[in-house]
Design a protein around this ligand. Structure first.
Ligand code: URP
Ligand code: ZN
Length: 468
């Protein structure tokens, strides 16, 4: 099967030019001006952008958490991804306390099996090195294509690890060529603040943010950066929300340390006042780290523009308001943490980032696709438009208006954080390895089209901007 995409504006992290793109089976095989090649299918992309499929390095599908299981499984979550122009994601496979890492990965393979609508990889979440998995076993995961270890410094007694575990895994990451990732919040201090708030009868959603102040994100982020530096491993900080955490990342990068950070769509648009909404509506924005004071939003835009932060993910972790968020109706500490977002990332970042002049189109591609591909061992197979790359392509209409709503989104969540927001610019055709997944708002592919991608070990494709 061959496809010729004619006359679109090809945008990568570095280039912006009008060309034809030729696809044979799953791969881009030629790019050029008015290619004289016959094809089984010709797509007219004049006036449209031809973007590499977006990559979301931070999702949680079919995950048990907060006393329930996320609303989206792999099928609904990845369908939602496809409509949003995301053709590959990396989900977090949890180790279960007392069980092996391999079992965690196998469990996640089973969840995706037969349901996949896009390509996917896994990070492993390390919970314990004592009762279940060992360092020796963790060392074998990169051979399975799982080349990143995530550690959470928050969620005490659930997912949190101590500094000893953190440091041992950092040392291992240096040896195995895995990328270490951290959720940076000080879980011990948060645990005390939460208990005090509950004891004082402060139970509304707003207390979620009040008990997780930005200084505790800054402290944990800086601690992890210093520990990673001593261990000599590269570090990726997930969901950065505030100046207190951007600053230590920027400082490390200015020193040439191999440290990267991501933020997530929601932190640009939702601030802590959302938690005050009446009738428990604030619970929609209960996730961790929490929404912050609005003054952090321009800090985050500056950080993604200047490469202090290098990626924008979603941390898609969806729960229904109707019967899941309500677990915490009488106590904010019991509200399952997380929100949906995979379908909205490209729409929101294109409209408010590119259309409103905060970032360039090239930078948008870097932040939503290329940098994740480089950091997580997918590049140049994914994350760019080039001969030899997978034909994961979004044909994006920069003029198309779209109003975001839970009534029309494809996530199983019953609300959308950006409900009623109208954006200009939306995907028209989304392709995975040459197969059309979505065309003009219709799903045209079947579950099973997506595949697990074995990722390469951490390479040297992205380096901090400055060295001293
Ligand atoms: O609230 C969130 N973010 N839930 C998912 C787990 C995590 O912290 O990433
Ligand atoms: Zn997460």
């Amino acid at each position: 099967m061959s496809v010729l995409i004619e006359g679109g504006r090809v945008i990568t992290g570095t280039d912006d030019y009008v060309a034809d793109v030729y696809i044979e089976d799953e791969t881009i095989t030629a790019i050029g001006d008015r290619l004289d090649m016959s094809a089984d299918r010709v797509i007219d992309a004049r006036g449209k952008y031809v973007l590499p499929g977006c990559i979301d390095p931070h999702t949680h599908f079919d995950m048990p958490f907060g006393g329930t299981i996320t609303a989206d499984d792999f099928q609904s979550g990845q369908t939602s991804c496809a409509f949003g122009g995301t053709t590959c994601h990396i989900d977090f496979a949890n180790q279960v306390r007392g069980r092996s890492f391999t079992e965690g990965i196998e469990t996640w393979h089973a969840k995706a099996n037969g349901k996949a609508m896009i390509d996917y990889g896994f990070h492993i979440i390390v919970i314990d090195l004592e009762e279940g998995g060992s360092l020796e076993e963790l060392a074998t995961l990169p051979d399975m294509g799982v080349t990143s270890y995530k550690l959470l410094m928050a969620y005490k007694n659930v997912l949190m690890v101590d500094d000893e575990t953190l440091f041992k895994v950092f040392q291992l990451a240096k040896q195995t060529g895995a990328l270490a990732m951290i959720h940076g919040e000080n879980g011990d201090a948060i645990d005390i603040l939460v208990k005090q708030a509950v004891a004082d009868g402060n139970l509304e959603p707003r207390w979620h943010a009040k008990t997780r102040p930005p200084q505790l994100e800054g402290e944990a982020t800086n601690r992890a950066i210093q520990l990673a530096h001593v261990a000599g491993c590269p570090l990726y900080v997930v969901h950065v929300t505030c100046k207190e955490a951007v600053d230590p990342i920027a400082r490390a990068r200015a020193l040439g340390w191999p440290v990267w950070g991501e933020t997530c769509t929601q932190y640009f648009f939702i601030d802590e006042t959302y938690l005050d909404k009446e009738n428990f509506e604030g619970a929609k924005a209960v996730f961790s780290p929490p929404v912050r004071d609005r003054s952090n939003q321009p800090v985050l835009w500056d950080a993604v523009r200047t490469d202090q932060l290098s990626a924008i993910s979603t941390d898609h972790c969806s729960f229904r308001m109707s019967d899941q968020k309500t677990l915490g109706k009488d106590n904010f500490a019991l509200i399952p943490n997380g929100a949906p977002g995979v379908e909205d990332r490209l729409l929101m970042i294109h409209h408010f980032g590119v259309n409103e002049g905060r970032i360039t189109l090239n930078r948008m591609v870097d932040l939503l696709s290329t940098n994740a591909a480089k950091l997580f061992g997918l590049y140049p197979r994914k994350g760019t438009i080039a001969p030899g790359s997978d034909a994961d392509i979004v044909i994006f209409d920069p003029e198309k208006e779209h109003t975001i709503s839970a009534k029309t989104h494809h996530s199983a969540a019953d609300y959308n954080l950006y409900e009623g927001t109208t954006v200009v610019g939306a995907p028209e055709i989304v392709m995975l390895r040459g197969t059309v997944l979505v065309s003009n708002d219709e799903l045209v592919a079947e579950p099973g089209v997506g595949r697990f991608v074995k990722r390469a070990r951490f390479g040297k494709q992205l380096q901090p901007a400055a060295r001293r």
